[in-house]
Design a binder for this molecule. Structure first.
Ligand SMILES: NC(=O)c1ccc[n+]([C@@H]2O[C@H](COP(=O)([O-])OP(=O)(O)OC[C@H]3O[C@@H](n4cnc5c(N)ncnc54)[C@H](O)[C@@H]3O)[C@@H](O)[C@H]2O)c1
Ligand SMILES: [Zn+2]
Length: 456
């Protein structure tokens, strides 16, 4: 068994705002039942809608005088500063252990000893019923990106066992852990995470980001920073995970190896996962990479942004896929494509040596995790080489959504100077602004690379 301890720090109420905006108290709250089911003041959800409609970013503070406004500010994009705050600013710190094992005993032991309410992803329950059926207090829930929502959290709270138990356990992938951790943060419950997908093991369960989607304003827009009591990682879960999801998770592992500049990890992890070798050792390294970045920057002001390497294009492709295709592109698949794009863009914009791009692409091809152009087109519901997709992707990526012409506006990217060295501007920012021309030029190269990638 491998074990590591992750330190965390949380600052309440001390965030710096770049500007302040006054929000109007809702005269007739339209989402009262939902606010109530979530245990929030009436008007809270209305404040969220108001802030999204005004397109407020994380660095804009809110001037609001009522509790509902403060509650909304606390969960809007995982927390924005407020004026007239009723609590003083505080900093809390702590740590939690991560236990990693190839043996089922770890899970069995943990389930036996804790008198907890256990939330289980329906698919995991179906695949592991023999192991999980003896759990006394369990809530088995179907999960999907569509139901990763405030309504889903409200449904969890309608089960009055959520109030009775102070200890919760979440057994599932990233969707379940994001939702249940968010719910736990709203109720101040202790939560142990047992991630069952590769992506959730190396990424979603580490770092304290919790939350749900808030349509039509996008993915993971509502949430909190909240840290688990413990994370227990057992290799066995992966034996029932389908190959597509396993490979999607490998892309996030590749991202960690790239950010950390670990060439050995990059070259071995893919085959190791597919051949079920060196699990605990690799997992410890991969979790450490994320934990190290998060510890340097717990609330995403600086270096934590580098974890979004590959995510600018990924989010746009995921969004296009969800609008047009019957079968959606998985997050990890989109991140793989996004990393290729960000490498190519880095060559153009910050002079990343092309052999670095090549090494990363080769690692992805070796692991058969890079989708072919036909596969991408299938998951996007349109041909990748069509002009429409390029324009649609840019519109989703560009900052100023009101601009109509495709060749206007700017977009934000995490780029690489070298393997293991994310680009940092002289002002300290890890985000690089990119114009449409640069994006357009890179898109042509991106098309030619995906055209040569084999379907897998
Ligand atoms: N909080 C964070 O820092 C963070 C980071 C990355 C991703 N995420 C979020 O994680 C989510 C994606 O997570 P994911 O990739 O784990 O997807 P997921 O939770 O949707 O799981 C993938 C699929 O596999 C099923 N499944 C899970 N474990 C299984 C198992 N062992 N055997 C059989 N089936 C199993 C699930 O039911 C689901 O259908 C996204 O919503 C993303 O936004 C969060
Ligand atoms: Zn991701």
């Amino acid at each position: 068994m491998e074990r590591l301890e992750i330190n965390w720090r949380r600052d309440f109420g001390s965030e710096h705002a770049n500007q302040w905006v006054e929000l109007d108290p809702p005269s007739k709250p339209a989402y009262q039942p939902l606010s109530k089911a979530l245990g929030l003041d009436s008007g809270c959800i209305d404040y969220l809608h108001q802030a999204f409609a005004k397109n407020l970013n994380r660095h804009t503070g809110w001037i609001t005088s009522d509790t509902a406004g403060h509650q909304a500010a606390a969960i809007y994009k995982r927390g924005v500063p407020t004026k007239n705050a009723r609590t003083n600013s505080t900093t809390s710190t702590g740590s939690y252990p991560v236990e990693i094992s190839t043996k089922q005993g770890l899970i069995k032991g943990a389930l036996k000893t804790i008198d907890a309410l256990v939330f289980i992803d329906q698919n995991v329950y179906d695949a592991w019923e023999d192991l999980l059926c003896t759990i006394k207090e369990k809530v088995v829930v179907p999960v999907s990106e569509k139901n990763k929502s405030l309504e889903f959290i409200a449904d969890l709270f309608r089960d009055n066992r959520t109030e009775r138990h102070d200890e919760w356990i979440a057994i599932g992938g990233g969707i379940l852990s994001d939702c249940v951790s968010f719910a736990a943060s709203l109720r101040n419950k202790k939560i142990t995470l047992m991630p069952t997908t590769l992506l959730a093991m190396v990424d979603a369960s580490v770092g304290g980001k919790t939350g749900v989607n808030f349509p039509p304003y996008g993915k993971n827009q509502i949430g909190t920073f909240y840290f688990p009591k413990k994370i227990i990682v057992w290799q066995g879960w992966l034996s029932t995970l389908d190959q597509r999801n396993l490979k999607a998770g490998i892309n996030e592992c590749i991202k960690h190896a790239v950010l950390d500049g670990d060439k050995t990890l990059l070259n071995t992890l893919c085959t190791d996962f597919l051949e079920k070798k060196n699990f605990a050792k690799n997992m410890k390294r991969l979790i450490e990479v994320k934990a190290k970045i998060v510890a340097l920057d717990p609330t995403k002001r600086g270096v934590r942004a580098t974890l979004n390497f590959g995510h600018t294009l990924a989010h746009a492709l995921e969004s296009i896929s969800q609008q047009h295709a019957d079968q959606y592109l998985l997050h990890g698949e989109a991140v793989g494509l996004g990393m290729v794009f960000a490498c190519l863009l880095s060559e153009e914009v910050v002079k990343l040596p092309s052999n670095v791009t090549l090494k990363i692409i080769q690692a992805m091809i070796k692991a058969k995790v890079l989708l072919s152009q036909d596969q991408i087109s299938h998951f996007l519901g349109q041909k990748l080489d069509s002009q429409t997709i390029r324009q649609e992707a840019w519109k989703l990526i560009a900052h100023d959504k009101k601009m109509t012409s495709s060749d206007s506006g700017k977009s934000s990217w995490v780029l690489l100077d070298d393997f293991g060295t994310p680009h940092q501007d002289p002002d300290g920012s890890f985000i690089k602004s990119v114009s449409y021309d640069q994006f357009d030029k890179t898109w042509d190269r991106f098309l030619s690379i995906t055209a040569t990638s084999e379907p897998n």
